[in-house]
Every structure is written in structure tokens, then in C-alpha cells.
Design a protein around this ligand. Structure first.
Ligand SMILES: Cc1cc2nc3c(=O)[nH]c(=O)nc-3n(C[C@H](O)[C@H](O)[C@H](O)COP(=O)(O)O)c2cc1C
Length: 227
């Protein structure tokens, strides 16, 4: 029996990802990470090479433990400078048709309500090609710059993550029923309010009483049909 192999490229919006020093190779072009073509060329290459997806790693801090300083990381471009991975997705999606995007976002430092909206927006713009590498973060340097003394302990990070997943799950799966977007120009009704529900979430870490701000992907299908 034949088996399907999945290919997934591993990248980061930076110069030096997981191979420190590789950027010094004469043929390495990672210094072009701020150039849109760097990413669209990569996306086209991956799609032509039959890759299923590109996975974008991310962290929200610097490596500052070695010799108690960020100096070595800066000097050798060890995941710094580091730009936002989500911003690459529309660029690469526009340049491809099938390539999927697995993007790392640390849930510990971002509210689920706003994060759910950002992911829904990208889900629409990529026509459903988004994936999420769910992480809780591992750098104290990130925590310190986001209002904490150090990162939360392991178990607490995961307790928070459990609730976070519950909230985004409710926003994505329970807030908008299929068929909520009617887009009826004759009656002047765009959304059927009876099919949109407040999630009424009240937990230990988060309180989200209202509805998800974004319509589900069906909105896209409905509007395309009407064009
Ligand atoms: C393939 C792979 C990719 C990972 N990428 C990231 C990443 O981009 N950002 C991040 O903060 N953590 C990343 N991690 C680390 C995990 O989030 C996690 O900290 C690690 O697996 C240790 O697990 P624990 O936190 O449950 O102890 C990655 C782990 C693996 C196995």
C-alpha cells in the first residue's frame, strides 16, 4: 500500500534560525529576510517542490543567558533581529495556491479574543491555509518585556493554555453558525442575528462575554458566489 509523505519547510522571519553561523556562507541569502521577494521566492520554490506547508517558528524574546548578556546573540544573529511571522503569510499566500502556513504564536502573552480575530482574518485571506503552532513560550526575556518578572511556571502556563484553547475554540466554533451570513441585498440583511451567539466565557484567566468579531470562512464563499 502506498503511503503519503508530507513535506514541511522550517523557517523563521530572521537571519539565523536553527543553524547558527550559516548566514556567513557565501551563497546564504538570509539577510534578505526584510525583502518581500525573499519570501515570495521561497513560497513559489516550496510549492513547485511539492511541499505541503511552511512552518514559521517564533519567540518573543532574546537569548540572553550565555555570559548574562544578549551580546553573543546579537553579534552572531542568533534569532535576532526577528520580525513578526504572521505578516509573511499574505505575501506567501498571494504567490501560491496550495502551500499551507503553520505559524508559531505564543498564547501566554496575547489575549485570545484579539488573537482569534487575527487568525480568522488570515484564514480568510489564505482561503483556509492557516495552521497554528501552539506554544506557551520558553524565554524569561520575553516574559520580562511583557510585564512579568519571569515566565509563569510550566504547569501554570499549561493551565492558562488549556483555558486559552477553550476560549478560541468557542470563538471559532460556537459563535457563528453556518449560514449566518445571508448577504441578502433585496431585504437589506447581511447577517442573521439569530445565528450569531455570544460565547459568555468566564474562567480563571479570561472573561470574554461577546461574539467572535469575524465571520467564519463561509463569508468568503458567499461573497465569491455573489460576484
Ligand atoms: C518542532 C518544534 C518546534 C518548536 N518551535 C517553537 C517555536 O517556534 N517557538 C517556541 O516558543 N517554542 C517552540 N518549540 C518549543 C515548545 O514550545 C516547547 O517549549 C518545548 O517542546 C518543551 O515543551 P514543554 O514546554 O511542554 O516542556 C518547538 C518545539 C518543537 C518540538
Amino acid at each position: 500500500m502506498s503511503r503519503r509523505i508530507r513535506f514541511n519547510a522550517f523557517q523563521m522571519n530572521t537571519v539565523g534560525h536553527q543553524s547558527p553561523g550559516l548566514w556567513t556562507h557565501p551563497r546564504d541569502t538570509s539577510h534578505r529576510y526584510t525583502d518581500p521577494e525573499h519570501w515570495t521566492e521561497l513560497a513559489r520554490l516550496l510549492e513547485a517542490g511539492r511541499f505541503d506547508a511552511v512552518f514559521l517558528a517564533d519567540v518573543l524574546g532574546v537569548y540572553d543567558v550565555y555570559q548574562g548578556s544578549v551580546e553573543a546573540a546579537l553579534k552572531h544573529a542568533v534569532q535576532v533581529p526577528l520580525n513578526d511571522p504572521l505578516a509573511l503569510v499574505p505575501l506567501m499566500a498571494q504567490a501560491t495556491e496550495h502551500l499551507g502556513f503553520g505559524v508559531t504564536c505564543a498564547l501566554t502573552y496575547e489575549h485570545p479574543y484579539t488573537f482569534a480575530r487575527r487568525m480568522s482574518t488570515l484564514d480568510h485571506l489564505t482561503r483556509g491555509r492557516m495552521g497554528w503552532n501552539i506554544v506557551t513560550g520558553y524565554l524569561d526575556s520575553a516574559a520580562r518585556n511583557l510585564g512579568l518578572e519571569r515566565q509563569l511556571g510550566h504547569d501554570e502556563r499549561y493551565d492558562l493554555a488549556d483555558e486559552y484553547m477553550e476560549v478560541v475554540g468557542k470563538l471559532w466554533e460556537q459563535s457563528w453558525e453556518d449560514g449566518a451570513v445571508v448577504n441578502d441585498k433585496q431585504r437589506g440583511v447581511y447577517i442573521d442575528p439569530a445565528k450569531v451567539h455570544a460565547i459568555a466565557h468566564e474562567g480563571r484567566y479570561y472573561k470574554v462575554p461577546g461574539i467572535h468579531l469575524c465571520a467564519p470562512p463561509l463569508l468568503r464563499a458567499a461573497s465569491r458566489k455573489d460576484c
